[in-house]
Design a binder for this molecule. Sequence first.
Ligand code: G3P
Length: 219
Amino acid sequence: MTTVPRFYADSADVDAVTELLADGLVHGVTTNPTILERGGRTVTDIPELYARWDAEGAREIFFQAWGATTAEMLGHADAILTLGDKAVVKVPATRIGFAAASALARRGADVLVTAVYSPAQALAAATLGARYIAPYLGRLNDAGRDGLSEISVMQELVAASGTEVLAASLRSPGDIVDLALHGVTCFTAAPRVLLEALQHEVSDRSSAEFDAAVARGLA
Ligand code: G3P
């Protein structure tokens, strides 16, 4: 089976996300409450952001449910899902989050279990029928762990299930390439990192040479 890799913008910086969507460079947009805060937004902006990114062509739009109980989290998850068919609910990999993920998956909803920090959590999410898990490469490394090998194990554990690894906390194009070499196909990163993945100084120099040749030919 061939799988086309997918990039997602991990951002609520609407100008940066709009640029990526308008140029058709990302499959969708992922957020969490921290990312909303970084973008100067709150959870009250979720309906507006969904409508904007849907209109701009995002094919999947992720918002995170929150709450101190499973029922509370499911209430927010339902509100997210009613935004439209591009909405995907994220829940944290906590006791409450796993219960919410199970209930959502049993109803047929696409759910992403986020902040997955161990292979056992990855396997647990797959047993519940989560559509995605999001392990955090940079933060695993920050915690002194070998993020790449831990995420490779997670990838291997869920590979035969319907659960996909959507890797997050990616801080350089090299992070994306390293994970891709271990079978990961979905990547979410800040717009800066995604744009960096498209750029190489020799490509830019080559392009300038092509333009110069065109100009000489037309002179
Ligand atoms: O989606 C993950 C992101 O919020 C964490 O990224 O680079 O702050 O660890 P970072």
